[in-house]
Design a protein around this ligand. Structure first.
Ligand code: MF3
Ligand code: CO
Ligand code: CO
Length: 278
């Protein structure tokens, strides 16, 4: 199999999807694992009364202590180390002083650059006891991401991923956000191809060994439509329904898929919240 050495390739979009070789896989394993460890570290830190800015600070300190840099810092004018998206915020919530409160759900999205490689992952966290419908949304969103990942193998298409996610989510009477998608990742933060989380089997781009991209479905309890607030970043559901998201960075391998951002502690999946339900 031939591949471009992405470590030497120019760092811009070329219209061609990169096929990476063994050194790139090694770099992405390290970057992906570090992001997972960073999200693991947050598990005990997210509680009622905690401002999302504190989460951001913990991530920045963690990154710098591990000789990594958060990719979102100074990215297109963004100034934080994370995105923290609470309740009806779909994605790109900006960390701030407002404290989390009991019953909130929050997505923390972290991208770390380690030795030039980008690991990109996000998880949902429950703030104390959360309502049953929020718990169900989180479970369905995690399952949707994993169903999308599970159909990845050489010869499958991006449409197969979207179809796996959309079919499952809509059968649960929830909706898939259309306005944001997964993306190629590696030496670049956002590269080709786009990974749309809806679609039809067989459509889109054919997957090849050595492709790196994210799968990061955003799922709403209500309608799929979003709007971006006047800060230019924060995307919210138009109907103000709850929204959730999970994200892994993955590679297409010779015989299937490798997930770079798995938690070494098995904390990827939201456990049942320890506290009694709100
Ligand atoms: N980490 C997000 C993603 O999954 C991108 C955040 S870009 C930011 O692609 F500028 F909003 F931080
Ligand atoms: Co991403
Ligand atoms: Co991300």
């Amino acid at each position: 199999m031939s591949y471009v050495d992405a470590a030497l390739a120019p760092q811009r979009k070329t219209g061609q999807i990169k096929l990476h070789g063994p050194p790139a896989f090694e770099g992405m394993r390290k970057a992906g694992r570090l992001v997972a460890e960073c999200l693991d570290m947050l598990t005990g830190e997210i509680a009622p009364g905690v401002p999302t800015e504190r989460i951001d600070r913990l991530v920045l300190d963690f990154a710098l202590a591990h000789r990594a840099v958060p990719a979102t810092l100074m990215y297109r004018g963004y100034r934080k180390a994370t995105c923290t998206s609470v309740n009806h915020v779909v994605c790109h919530g900006i960390p701030g002083e407002k404290p989390l409160k009991e019953g909130d759900i929050v997505n923390v999205d972290v991208t770390l650059i380690l030795d030039g490689w980008h690991g990109d992952s996000s998880r949902m966290f429950a703030v104390g006891a959360i309502p049953r419908r929020a718990e169900r949304l989180i479970e369905v969103t995690y399952e949707a991401m994993m169903r999308g990942i599970s159909v990845i193998h050489p010869g499958a298409t991006t449409g197969d991923i979207g179809a796996a996610i959309q079919t499952y989510v809509e059968a649960q009477h929830m909706s898939v956000v259309r306005d944001f998608c997964g993306h190629g990742v590696g030496r670049l933060f956002h590269d080709e191809p786009n990974i749309v989380h809806v679609g039809r089997p067989g459509e889109g781009i054919v997957l090849r060994p050595g492709m790196f991209f994210t799968v990061e479905p955003m799922i709403n309890l209500g309608r799929p439509h979003v709007k971006v607030l006047s800060d230019g970043w924060t995307a919210v559901t138009r109907d103000r329904s709850l929204s959730a998201q999970f994200e892994h960075t993955v590679a297409v391998t010779e015989d299937g898929v490798e997930i770079f951002t798995l938690s070494p502690q098995g904390l990827d999946r939201p456990g049942p919240s320890a506290a009694p339900r709100a």
